[in-house]
Write a protein that binds this ligand. Structure first.
Ligand SMILES: Nc1ncnc2c1ncn2[C@@H]1O[C@H](COP(=O)(O)OP(=O)(O)OP(=O)(O)O)[C@@H](O)[C@H]1O
Ligand SMILES: [Mn+2]
Length: 271
């Protein structure tokens, strides 16, 4: 006879860690009090339950796969888990209490750099996500079917404006529009035909399009073969506290730069 709980046991059998996503205090306490052999890791936007091992989730990702992927990547960055570990994730798929346990194996390819991009940028994580998603969508579909390139410089906008100059009339002058708004995302895609960079503030305001970046390029270390869009996008992140998200017209990849270094390289089709 197989009982239902035996089947569920398989999901948590021999796991190296239990990840509890955004638990309530009472839910977490049951684990803390149980003194399990398996380490318990809390993954949440804030460590509201005072967990000993805690991984910051920069956003409450609605999509559970994204949520788990980010949690695992954050835990890899913090050396809490490593390649080959098997973990059980307790999550709330629907609003409210924990209602699912998901078993995952940690793989090196989960370390995409996105966690670092979201958690450690100066701009708001939701702003980074919104810009990143525009870049991914543009990469997937192009502009009217043709491949396009784009350069988004996100955060520390005042300093970035000081290290750049207009190539032409700024279509966002005096407008108070923000990334994440569906209409604005359409405008960003439409304006990706324009030369130069988009400058976006920490809170997601589109400060300018058509901006020519003039950062000092010394000390910038980026892969050979990338051109002026990538070089200027990388260099501005060394000169200021900004993050650049770049879609390449020539190879279709999305790259992100911070502190003068490339922190992420992703094929939009894989995302
Ligand atoms: N300093 C700069 N500031 C802002 N935009 C720039 C700068 N230099 C180049 N660009 C933009 O990047 C576009 C592409 O330039 P280039 O081909 O040299 O870059 P790239 O890194 O090879 O990018 P891609 O992979 O998209 O071809 C230019 O047409 C221009 O719009
Ligand atoms: Mn080029």
């Amino acid at each position: 006879m197989v009982a239902l709980s035996d089947l569920l046991d398989d999901v948590v059998a021999d796991v190296d860690a239990l990840f509890v996503f955004s638990p309530s205090g009472s839910f977490y306490e049951r684990f803390a009090d149980a003194d399990l052999d398996t380490p318990v890791v809390v993954v949440a936007p804030e460590n509201a339950v005072d967990a000993e091992t805690y991984i910051e989730l920069p956003l409450e990702f609605k999509n559970v796969r994204d949520r788990i992927r980010f949690g695992v990547e954050g835990a890899m960055e913090a050396d809490v888990v490593e390649e080959g570990d098997v973990i059980a994730c307790s999550v709330a798929v629907f609003d409210g209490d924990q209602d699912a346990v998901i078993r995952v194996r940690v793989e090196e390819k989960m370390r995409s750099g996105i966690y670092d991009l979201f958690a450690n940028s100066r701009a708001d994580p939701s702003v980074i996500r919104d810009v990143f998603e525009v870049a991914i969508e543009l990469g997937k579909k192009g502009q009217k079917g043709k491949p396009v390139g784009a350069l988004f410089v996100v955060g520390d906008a005042g300093k970035v404006m000081n290290k750049s100059r207009p190539l032409s009339y700024n279509p966002f002058e005096k407008s108070h529009v923000h990334v994440g708004d569906p209409i604005v995302n359409v405008m960003l895609k439409e304006f990706s035909r324009l030369d130069g960079a988009f400058i976006i503030s920490d809170s997601g305001k589109i400060v300018s399009a058509y901006r020519y970046l003039e950062p000092a390029a010394e000390g910038v270390d980026i892969p050979k073969g990338l051109g002026a869009r990538h070089m200027s996008g990388a260099a501005i992140t060394r000169d200021t506290n900004t993050t650049s998200i770049v879609l390449s017209e020539s190879d279709g990849l999305v790259r992100a730069f911070k502190g003068g270094k490339m922190i992420l390289e992703i094929d939009p089709e894989d995302y």
